[in-house]
Design a protein around this ligand. Structure first.
Ligand SMILES: Cc1cc2nc3c(=O)[nH]c(=O)nc-3n(C[C@H](O)[C@H](O)[C@H](O)COP(=O)(O)OP(=O)(O)OC[C@H]3O[C@@H](n4cnc5c(N)ncnc54)[C@H](O)[C@@H]3O)c2cc1C
Length: 304
């Protein structure tokens, strides 16, 4: 009997970019939860031209997912089909232009806050409290300690699934609490942010205060940040605490003892453990208070 020919891997059907393509790339180590499956193909574009050309030439049936540093996602254990894009070298520059800061989407929020501080520019200190990238701030209008992306954004650059480059204003993005109206296929590539001249010592003090407040109140590893958005008129952590979920465990996943709206991987949690724990918390909160918690953490990829 003749052996069946192996199906070609997706990577063989993809355009050849200047950046790097990797087949079956593990994503777990690249997320804050440190668990989850593989990307069918991981693409690290060299620059925006490379990204736009690749998307333009990409067969229409290939799904595309973009990831920052994975501080707000559960990548399911079955991995992500299609192409996963990470904006790394070529997208991490942070430049100051007068009182404005132009940051690549792959730049860590902390670097943007520190660059502003170096130039005695105030107003971006809150970014130091968000452990993600500028690109990852768009879907949820990331915010912390009294600031949010919508307040400081002047304009943003994005590329759509067909490779078209778009410049948009915050008004067009419809940013509000943990919400954006931006089309799901847009990949943000940079942001122009406004700041104001300030006192460098006061800016540094504010960044240190934010760091100390985070250290006091949040777990800082193997977590995905706030699991659920605050429902109108409620605080998610209080509802979870009242429902008796503090410290609750499923497999290797646990509701943080320090902050009940944070789930943690205690060491060997699967993505399924973490997602099941989140669903169990939602069920108990609804039973106890009648409030339905909505996931803030994005759950992406396939169940095994
Ligand atoms: C300890 C801890 C504390 C946190 N505290 C806060 C907080 O105070 N406030 C807050 O808002 N968040 C907080 N978070 C959540 C998280 O840091 C933010 O949501 C952050 O903006 C996510 O950025 P990221 O690069 O990690 O994105 P990822 O987690 O990699 O992705 C998140 C979402 O953004 C999308 N995305 C990523 N890059 C792009 C891009 N270039 N274009 C379009 N979409 C993109 C992804 O597809 C995904 O849907 C916290 C997380 C942790 C672990």
């Amino acid at each position: 009997m003749m052996a069946l020919a192996a199906l070609p891997h997706l990577i063989d059907r993809l355009p050849k970019p200047r950046g790097r393509l990797t087949a079956d790339a593990p994503l777990g180590p690249q997320t804050w939860f440190r668990t989850g499956g593989n990307a069918e193909v991981l693409f690290r574009p060299a620059d925006i031209g490379d990204l736009a050309t690749f998307l333009c030439e990409l067969p229409a049936d290939v799904p595309v997912t973009v990831l920052g540093v994975g501080s707000n996602v559960i990548v399911r254990d079955g991995g992500i089909k299609g192409v996963v894009i990470r904006l790394m070298r070529g997208f991490t520059a942070v430049a100051v232009e007068g009182h404005e800061v132009v940051a690549g989407a792959g730049a860590p929020d902390l670097n943007v806050a520190l660059t502003a501080r170096e130039h005695s520019l105030a107003g971006l200190e809150f970014l130091s409290g968000i452990p993600g990238t500028i690109g990852g701030a768009f879907p949820t209008n990331a915010g912390a300690y009294g600031g949010e992306l919508a307040e400081v954004l002047i304009s943003a650059e994005a590329v759509d699934r067909s490779g078209r480059v778009i410049i948009v204003t915050p008004r067009e993005l419809g940013l509000s609490y943990r919400h954006s109206d931006a089309p799901a296929d847009w990949i943000f590539t940079s942001a122009r942010l406004k700041a104001a001249p300030g006192d460098q010592l006061a800016i540094a003090r504010r960044i240190n205060e934010i760091d100390a407040a985070r250290a006091d109140s949040q777990p800082r590893s193997r977590t995905g940040g706030s699991t659920f958005a605050n429902p109108p008129g409620h605080k998610a952590w209080e509802l979870i605490d009242r429902a008796g979920c503090r410290g609750l465990r499923i497999g290797g996943a646990q509701v943080s003892e320090k902050h009940t709206n944070f789930l943690i991987n205690t060491g060997d949690a699967t993505a399924a453990d973490i997602e099941s724990l989140g669903e169990e918390v939602r069920r108990r909160v609804f039973e106890q208070s009648g409030v339905r918690l909505e996931w803030e953490i994005r759950r992406i990829g396939e169940k095994p």
